[in-house]
Design a protein around this ligand. Structure first.
Ligand code: FMN
Length: 180
């Protein structure tokens, strides 16, 4: 039944911190693949509606599992705008930027590194999909975003990484494909 959500409901319904914690925990489980000897992806969250979490932008630290707030306030317009104006990133409960440390990856893997960073982002994305679905939410991978605007918005210098993937999780709108 897992499908990418076509959009999210927006409105006032929030997700719980317990759901968000479980989703984030799913992203920190080891990946068993030759590209996964080290982690190169850093998650940033645009929290719109998560119980107990002020709307804002957060950096996720996996060890220990912590969210560091780096921006305050409503991020719905920013998240949608950065995601090439796709409203689903603002209508979700939480949206993500995955930032890949391409320089460190290149030092470790040379020419293969660009591919490996994207493999890792894709694998994390699929964990987000499955975790969201298992918790009764919906998710959508977002491959369309304004790279330089994301870097500026998150205050990322080139050596801190480059955006490789966006993601959104929330309450999906009804999907006629699932009723077919
Ligand atoms: C890497 C990746 C990037 C995607 N980018 C977008 C996007 O920018 N906007 C969007 O609405 N859906 C996006 N999607 C969702 C795809 O449209 C969707 O996965 C595809 O239609 C297959 O449907 P399914 O996930 O329900 O099987 C993306 C999915 C992936 C895996």
């Amino acid at each position: 039944m897992r499908r990418s959500a076509l959009d999210f409901l927006g409105g006032t319904q929030s997700m719980s911190m317990k759901q968000l914690s479980a989703i984030l925990a799913a992203t920190t489980q080891p990946l068993f693949a030759d590209f996964a000897s080290a982690n190169f992806i850093q998650l940033y969250l645009y929290a719109h509606r998560v119980d107990g979490l002020q709307p804002g932008v957060y950096k996720f630290w996996p060890e220990p599992a912590e969210l560091e707030q780096i921006k305050n306030g409503d991020q719905r317009v920013a998240a949608a705008g950065l995601s090439l104006g796709q409203e689903l990133a603002g209508n979700a409960c939480v949206a993500f930027s995955m930032i890949g440390d391409l320089e460190r990856a290149a030092r470790a893997h040379g020419d293969r590194s660009y591919r490996y960073v994207h493999f890792e982002a894709g694998a994390i994305g699929h964990r987000l999909y499955l975790a969201a679905e298992a918790l009764g939410l919906g998710a959508t991978g977002i491959g369309a975003f304004y790279d330089e605007e994301v870097h500026r918005y998150l205050n990322l210098a080139p050596e801190q990484g480059r955006v490789v993937y966006h993601f959104a999780i929330g309450y999906p709108v009804s999907d006629p494909r699932l009723a077919a």
